[in-house]
Every structure is written in C-alpha cells, then in structure tokens.
Design a protein. Structure first.
Lengths: 130, 130
DNA sequence: CTTGACCTGTGACCATACTCCATAGTTTAT
DNA sequence: ATAAACTATGGAGTATGGTCACAGGTCAAG
C-alpha cells in the first residue's frame, strides 16, 4: 500500500502520515527501490487507532506511549505501571463524561417540558468538583 | 473576588482567564471604578467547569456551546437538539474509552503473568473500528 | 506619601498538530 | 515518449490555546 492509499483508508492527509512518522507514532516504513513508502495492513490498524485516540482527546505523545506498551520495548514492570496509571486516568475521564452526559440528558428532558428557567449544567456541578 | 484570586482557586493563570473572557467562555465581568475585574462564585463554578471539560478533551468552542445551553440565549428546540447530539457524542466517547481501558487492564494483567509476546492493543482493535 | 504587590491593555511569543508549498524524481496511461 | 498523477524532502505557514513581557495605573501598609 502506498501512502496515498493508506491516507484514504484512514481519512487523513498524506502529510499527516509523514508527520506521525516523524513523531514516531508510525514505524519507519519499508521503501520501494525508488524511495516510496510501503505500508502493510498493520500500519493501517495502527493509524486508525491513532485517529480514534486523537478523537478521544489524547495528545500524540500520550498515544505514542500507549502504542509503546505493545512492543517489547519496555520492561514488564514498567508496562504494568503505565497501563494501570492510564487505566485509572481513563476511568476518571469516563466518570466525568458520564456526569456531563447526565446533565445534557436532564437538560434535554427539561427542555421538552418547556421549563426553561433553570440551568442544570452549572447547578449539578456545584457539589461535584473533586 | 479579583482575578488573581479566581485564578488561584481554579489553578489557572490570570492570563488564561482574560483569554477565556475574550473567547466568550466567561462573561464580561463587572469592574471596580478603577477597572479591576470583579468575579462572583458563579464565575468560579463556570471556570471550574471549563477546566474540567478541557481536561476531557473538549475544545474551547465546544465548551462555549455547552455553556450556552444554559442561559436562555437559545430557544428550546435548539437546546434540545444540541443537548441530544452532544449526549450521543459523549456516549460514543465513553464507549471507546471503555474499550481502551479494557485493553489496558488486559495488558496489565497479562504482564503480571510474564507473558510478554502478544500485543492486545492492536489485536483487540482488529474488529472494532466503527 | 512612598513602596510593593496587584491590576490594566496590547502585542509578541510559544507548543502542538497539522497543512501547504517548492522543487525534483518516479510511475502510469495514452 | 510524454503528460498526468504520485512520491520525496525541506521548510514555511496556519489554527488553537495559551503564556510572557512591558509600560503604566491602583491600592493598602508602614
């Protein structure tokens, strides 16, 4: 697969792929004799993961770390620690998103009942900031 | 409350508060006769919400929209639609984060058992990209 | 009534994450 | 065999979200 094909499958620009390579999120790919980058299916999967994680608000650096956990490039104890820490971070994130979702749903409901005086958004946060 | 006090309570810089004001995330505050910004508790709550939402990966523009739902600045039908759309977006986000968390937990477990050949990160994404 | 901490606005600067451009070599379709 | 389409590199430019510096006004304490 050449770079433009990879780009199309992942819905990103060619430049973005080269940028991710420079930032070490994608491995340095094989090249044709003339220097064109050649990608495999595993590269597409990796790229799709990056795109998805980015959509979830992770920085490229965080994503790089997540992807690093894979390859035996880090020793077991470190992997376990990083994985556990990230997992806890994500759990907190999920909790907070659930809170906001709850508020939005309440807002939509309330709105359906034409009572538009009160703001549940700030209200429900009054007692909930860690 | 003066700006530096507000900044301290929310753990952000004074400049950031002025920036949020310019970006319309915070209302233009009252001023003392000499021009100093004066903030109330409600401003602190709003600011804390902004900080939290930012940590969850929302852009300032998205946060502005969320905060707009509050004030009767949008009509009921619009509020309901936006709230429902955002709620659905967040649900998807929660789902994906749960997926990544699951992978990380699996990775930590697996690591505990010293079997470090396989990468569950990419593996478990093989069949799950929307 | 001065000293020092705090406030003001404006504008320059920074990091992240792209995105585009110029120039040049490669491949492909006619 | 030649134009159109693709690829390469390097470097500049953009958008977002701040952050800092400067010059000057304000206020409370000694």
């Amino acid at each position: 697969m050449k770079i433009s094909e990879l780009a199309k499958h992942a819905q990103v620009k060619v430049d973005t792929i080269r940028y991710y390579e420079k930032r070490q999120l994608l491995p340095t790919p094989k090249r044709t004799h003339s220097g064109y980058r050649i990608y495999a299916n595993s590269d597409l999967k990796r790229l799709l993961f990056i795109v998805q994680a980015k959509g979830l608000g992770f920085t490229l650096e965080e994503i790089r770390q997540l992807l690093c956990l894979q390859s035996g490039k880090t020793d077991c104890v470190q992997v376990r620690n990083i994985a556990k820490r990230k997992s806890a971070e994500i759990a907190l994130r999920i909790e907070r998103l659930s809170q906001i979702k709850y508020i939005l749903d309440a807002l939509a409901d309330q709105c359906e009942q034409q009572e538009d005086d009160e703001c549940p958004i700030l209200k429900s946060l009054e007692n909930s900031n860690e």
